[in-house]
Design a protein. Structure first.
Length: 287
């Protein structure tokens, strides 16, 4: 009988993972999951911003269509107004109690409104609506030309004098950057930065690089995805939320949280006086 000796196996059976290996695997899995979540969050943010751009474009088009049909820009809506413009009509004259408020989406006949009759950005989670702040709602401002010889022109049919050949020329200087300085700078301003903005005249601070859209007739904007995080607003976002300088809205590329001068995810659109004048002419309101 042959003597058998214990021989080591040429291959060992599969053994279980050690605790160290399990721990390393979990760490790697957590890192991979974190990267995936960050990428998905960034993609979602970009999609929301693209959708908000589309919403602002639709609001822009709806306002110009309204001008063509009715001959004027509507007044802003206010909290509790159910999306209807907040206008005061006395005889044949219309005035706006406020120059800045919410887009009067119901007056414009827009679709997909919230329960308050207002148009929200793509972050339509209703944040802020329960306390009356309407943080997700599209903002809107119209140049009232207060203190000028043609106050309320933009919010009255045909600039206040339908079919008048002279009225268009009379209003245009208020939006001009040249000519009579006493008439200039009564429109709204879209500035690249809130740094050094001014309360009068060229409100972007006499800085051509900061003058993104000077003297426009109307501005439309969203407070972005961080609208319900007021405490973390940057200086530029605070200007768009509660303006320290009237008639100024800030617009520039996206800045992430934690970055210098950030965050900034507000999105802005505007309508020039020229665009309004063209629609008044095409609609037969002025010559």
């Amino acid at each position: 009988m042959k003597n058998r000796r214990n021989r080591p196996h040429s291959s060992r059976r599969c053994r279980g993972f050690t605790l160290v290996e399990v721990a390393i695997s979990l760490v790697l899995l957590a890192l991979a999951s974190g990267i995936i979540v960050a990428v998905l969050r960034q993609q979602l943010e970009q999609r929301k911003m693209a959708d908000t751009d589309a919403i602002l474009n639709s609001a822009h088009d709806a306002l110009l269509a309204y001008v063509t049909t009715y001959g004027y820009l509507p007044c802003p809506a206010i909290a509790g107004g159910n999306g209807v413009e907040n206008a005061v009509v006395v005889g044949t004259t219309r005035t706006c109690p406020v120059e800045t408020g919410y887009l009067p989406a119901k007056t414009l006949g827009m679709n997909h409104l919230d329960t308050f009759g207002l148009l929200e950005s793509a972050w339509h989670d209703g944040a802020g609506n329960s306390n009356g702040t309407y943080l997700r709602v599209i903002r809107y401002s119209v140049a009232t030309l207060s203190g000028t010889g043609n106050a309320w022109a933009l919010i009255n049919p045909g600039l206040g004098a339908p079919n008048s050949p002279a009225i268009r020329a009379a209003v245009q200087p208020y939006f001009s950057k040249t000519g009579n300085a006493a008439l200039n700078n009564h429109g709204l301003f879209v500035c690249y930065s809130s740094a050094n903005i001014l309360p009068t005249n060229d409100r972007c601070g006499l800085n051509a690089a900061n003058d993104l859209a000077p003297n426009v007739a109307a501005t439309i904007w969203s407070l972005g995805g961080d609208a319900n995080d007021i405490a973390s607003y940057s200086t530029d976002e605070r200007q768009n939320y509660t303006p320290t300088v009237a008639r100024v809205v800030i617009s520039h590329p996206y800045i992430a949280k934690g970055a210098a001068n950030g965050p900034f995810d507000d999105q802005v659109s505007w309508i020039s006086y020229g665009a309004v004048a063209d629609r008044l002419v095409s609609g037969g309101w002025v010559q």
